[in-house]
Design a protein around this ligand. Structure first.
Ligand code: PMP
Length: 370
């Protein structure tokens, strides 16, 4: 055959996911933990691999890890579903609660995977856009429109709500009062995407609301604070009515044996992980100040996550120069609606952050010269 028939019609306008993963010296583009796995966790993983029967299929629900996570959160094991990263769980959620004739409410600008998942599952997207303002002090404001969200979910035709807190890429968090108001206003599943919650003030953690609200689901990942982006493992916490539906649609062996072991190994080193997270948080505050200080004088969005969104004239050219001249890769979001001239930088090690600030200063100063 010299030809192949076209793929499904709805894929026509979809682009493959492209995070512009270019070779670089310093990666500040994907919100990873720059310190890597704690040494003890890596050693423990190596020890565990020795006795793991890799020729056997893994336990489909990764029971050992599931029980460990459940005990840590103080919930029943039935409330946890593990997945191949948060990405798989988001897709499964759209399969289970979206689909033709059903709707997903989002608050752009936010994580792009929600859009792809909605498109692939033919779920209608209902958007309640965030503010896009800059205060007199140079802080970017991307706050959500609480009233509009509450009014929209109260109509009763939304099947799935995704609220990201801290939000990617803006970094802001939602109050628990607002989350509770949404949970009370609808019987739709409300997914609180907590991929970055370890970097936020503990007062933003919505886990305590699980006891009161049957329609709450919380997404967590080992990719960020727990330094396992390369292993692909995350989990969702919700009432068994919801996790049961997710178990129906999941790929049986999406959580491989090594990913489950790695997650167990990092959970045993919580203290070390906390030290890394604390360093990332203090570096975030320092970097935010340096970006906003006279000299650079850029507008920055206050962040509770491990990245900062800032606005810089000619963002695309700045992104390119940082990469080409200095080998520093940040994320260019400037082509997205509401994010004109915005770049997102992940918080790196103190040395990486110093290099980033020095490089950015050079790029901006060089460009200012006649
Ligand atoms: N949610 C948000 C908001 C994210 O930014 C990401 C990763 N970029 C994820 C979920 C999924 O992360 P992972 O698949 O690595 O667990």
């Amino acid at each position: 055959m010299q030809t192949v028939r076209p793929a499904a019609e709805y894929l026509k306008h979809l682009e493959p996911y492209d995070p512009k993963y270019l070779p670089a010296r310093i990666y500040l583009n994907a919100n990873e933990n720059p310190f890597g796995m704690p040494d003890q966790a890596r050693k423990e993983l190596q020890r565990m691999i020795e006795s793991e029967p890799l020729h056997r299929y893994p336990d489909p629900l990764a029971k050992h890890l599931r029980n460990t996570v459940a005990a840590k959160l103080g919930v029943a094991a039935e409330c946890i579903v593990l997945g191949n990263g948060g990405d798989e769980l988001l897709f499964n959620l759209c399969i289970a609660y979206g689909g033709p004739g059903r709707s997903l409410l989002t608050t752009p600008p936010t994580f792009s995977a929600y859009y792809t998942d909605a498109l692939l599952t033919r779920t209608k997207i209902v958007e309640i856009p965030r503010a896009s303002a800059c205060s007199a002090t140079g802080q970017l404001d991307f706050s959500i429109d609480e009233q509009a969200i509450l009014e929209r979910v109260s109509v009763g035709d939304i099947d799935l709500v995704i609220l990201t807190t801290p939000n990617n890429p803006t970094g802001d968090c939602l109050t628990l009062d607002f989350i509770e108001a949404v949970l009370a206003a609808t019987d739709a599943v409300v997914l609180i995407d907590h991929a970055y919650i370890e970097f936020a003030d503990p007062g933003y953690d919505a886990t305590s609301l699980l006891k009161k609200h049957a329609n709450l689901a919380i997404l967590r990942t080992f990719s960020k604070a727990y330094s396992l982006a390369g292993m692909r493992i995350g989990y969702l916490v919700a009432a068994p009515e919801i996790t049961q539906e997710l178990c129906k649609v999941r790929q049986p062996y999406s959580v491989d044996a090594l990913a489950a072991l790695a997650a167990l190994a990092v959970l045993e080193q919580e203290d070390e992980v906390r030290l890394q997270v604390n360093c990332i948080i203090s570096q975030r505050e320092l970097l935010a100040r340096r970006l906003g200080e006279p000299g650079l004088g850029l507008s920055v969005a206050p962040s509770e996550a491990n990245y900062l969104l800032f606005r810089v004239p000619n963002a695309q050219a700045v992104w390119q120069q940082l990469h080409e001249s200095y080998g520093i890769l940040v994320r260019d979001l400037s082509a997205l609606p509401g994010l004109a001239d915005c770049l997102r930088v992940s918080i790196g090690t103190p040395q990486e952050n110093d290099e980033f600030i020095a490089a950015l200063s050079c790029v901006l100063n060089t460009r200012a010269e006649p």
